[in-house]
Design a protein around this ligand. Structure first.
Ligand code: ZN
Length: 241
């Protein structure tokens, strides 16, 4: 057994025995199960660093393919504004779920950056639905099913866009249109912008409710069609909004 330092985010915490917890910590390249012994005791020095949504540098006793043990940690961000707001928590949970699902089969380190940056934006009061949708769109690349978002008809190549087609995974012109839903021009353009967003340089977001709703619906249909990922947290979002 050796002591190692890991940088990660606690995405799940489950009570274990009388006053301990089993934590699921996502790192850049791994998902670890870590026991925080006695962390639920009031005087435990692990209490503050064993909560869900804690992003920290943790020292652990590391055991390969087995339960690791938490020793201590230095908090980088505990996303205070998220954990005190039910709406923000719900969206943050959805994003954590989504990235966890993808990360189980992928060693892609950028997923961890995407997770931390998106949570940081929600913590800074950016619209959580918009942030979640941007994450969903970006994740399609890691799933290998990203749509072609070149702003022209992806079927005939004509420089005209009438709507976006889930079946064809691209924009289509009015000649190539079959029976796709007709999204507003604004939504079609904003979807393209979402794909280009760099969270670090994002200063403001100004999107109307109608556009947000249309893009969210498009992404739901797209995920249904191509990914096989179904998340209960998304249903929960629909219930509270
Ligand atoms: Zn066309």
């Amino acid at each position: 057994m050796k002591i190692v330092e890991i940088e990660g985010l606690i995405i799940k915490s489950m009570k274990f025995k009388e006053n301990s917890e089993i934590l699921t910590i996502l790192t850049k390249d791994n998902v670890l199960s870590v026991i925080a012994k006695g962390s639920l005791k009031i005087k435990s020095n692990l209490r503050m660093i064993s909560q869900r949504l804690t992003y920290a540098k943790f020292n652990i006793y590391y055991k390969e393919d087995s339960l690791c043990t938490l020793i201590d940690g230095d908090i980088i961000n505990n996303f205070k504004n998220i954990i005190t707001d039910i709406k923000k928590i719900t969206y943050a949970s959805f994003i954590m779920d989504l990235i966890y699902q993808i990360k189980k089969d992928s060693k892609e380190e950028l997923l961890f950056d995407l997770l931390i940056k998106s949570l940081t934006k929600i913590n800074e009061d950016f619209d959580p639905l918009v942030i979640a949708n941007i994450v969903e769109l970006k994740c399609l690349k890691f799933l290998g099913v990203e749509p072609n978002l070149e702003y022209k008809c992806g079927i005939c190549g004509k420089n005209e866009v009438s709507t976006i087609s889930v079946d064809n995974a691209c924009y289509v012109c009015k000649n190539c249109l079959a029976n796709e839903y007709k999204y507003s021009e604004k939504s079609l353009k904003v979807l393209k912008l979402y794909s280009l967003v760099d969270f670090e340089n994002l200063k403001t977001i100004n999107v109307s409710n109608k556009v947000k709703e249309e893009i969210d619906n498009f992404l739901d249909m797209y995920y249904d069609e191509y990914t096989g990922i179904y998340l209960k947290t998304k249903d929960f979002i629909k219930k509270i909004s």
